[in-house]
Write a protein that binds this ligand. Structure first.
Ligand SMILES: [Zn+2]
Length: 302
């Protein structure tokens, strides 16, 4: 029920012209649209105190941006379409992957210049301090806006940087009011994001792609087939987009996590101001329940 509320709020916000991110109930198959996302809202604040940051140095011999083959990926589907990973099925290990979408649309530059914060350094510091390996689904636009952070995250072995498109456009329509890209533009958009990561100096990139708004269909999966990425959805919606109550976000995550789960959250204070605070509740509680945090690549690899 909270999911419904969150999805409705997101949809409303999205159609209000903001971005939209992965959020909302998960989808199961391709061909069906997932529910959406995370729109940027104008509201920072909510930063909680934090844990000290510890930034490991750059990884030597690090991976090429988006180079397939370095980390586990799913094989292409029999029909050649991009494979979709949602959670580790039949998983008995108590592992869970927290994922954070760093959303930013192509036209949000002026808002960022006006002081709106699409980043969340406190969240990253907390994930480091709590030693929670995580996967950051970054937009290319975000990496351009925050190159130092993109590099810091992308050279820290605690994280892996996955692709969340360049400018958070939709890959199928309708998708919460996000402007849609056609096939060729969609394919180019994925490359443009990887290129922005490289430009910023992020090297711990992985060939995983999350559709903006979680919206995709077969044509979208076909358009990306030559990109050799694995599409990554989620099975647990945190409801952090535009949330005001970190306890409610934590409760929703704690209620939804199963062994092998992928949780979708956000790394942008603009659209998800209480995420860091929620993480400080979620992490110790899941550990108390016997869970171990892993990256998406660890889940796909099992
Ligand atoms: Zn997003």
């Amino acid at each position: 029920m909270r999911k419904v509320t969150a999805a409705a709020a997101l949809t409303a916000a999205l159609t209000g012209s903001l971005a939209g991110c992965g959020d909302g109930p998960a989808t199961t198959d391709a061909g069906r649209q997932a529910r959406p996302g995370t729109p940027p809202a104008p509201t920072p604040t909510a930063s909680a105190p934090a844990a000290g940051a510890t930034s490991p140095g750059p990884a030597a011999g690090a991976p090429l941006a988006g180079a397939p083959g370095r980390v586990p990926t799913l094989a292409p589907r029999a029909d050649g379409l991009t494979p979709v990973f949602e959670r580790a099925q039949q998983h008995t290990d108590k592992t869970v992957a927290l994922t954070f979408d760093a959303d930013m649309t192509s036209d949000q530059g002026p808002r960022a210049a006006g002081g709106e914060r699409f980043d969340n350094p406190q969240l990253i510091a907390t994930l480091r301090a709590l030693k929670v390996p995580s996967t950051i689904f970054m937009t290319g636009r975000w990496a351009e806006e925050y190159p130092d952070q993109a590099k810091s995250i992308g050279t820290d072995p605690n994280f892996e940087v996955a692709n969340h498109s360049y400018g958070h456009h939709a890959f199928t329509s309708p998708c919460y009011g996000l402007p849609a890209l056609d096939g060729a533009a969609a394919r180019a958009d994925v490359d443009r994001a990887f290129s922005a990561f490289r430009q910023a100096g992020a090297v711990n990139t992985v060939p995983y792609f999350r559709f903006p708004g979680g919206c995709y269909d077969d044509p979208a999966l076909r358009a990306l087939s030559t990109a050799k990425v694995t599409a990554v959805q989620w099975d647990v919606v945190s409801g952090d987009a535009f949330a005001k109550d970190p306890a409610a976000v934590a409760e929703q995550v704690l209620a939804g996590v199963k062994p092998g789960s992928v949780v979708v959250m956000h790394c942008t204070r603009s659209a998800a101001p209480v995420t860091e605070e929620a993480v400080r509740t979620i992490v110790p509680e899941l550990r108390k329940r016997g869970y171990r945090f892993v990256k998406v690549s660890d889940l796909i690899g099992t």
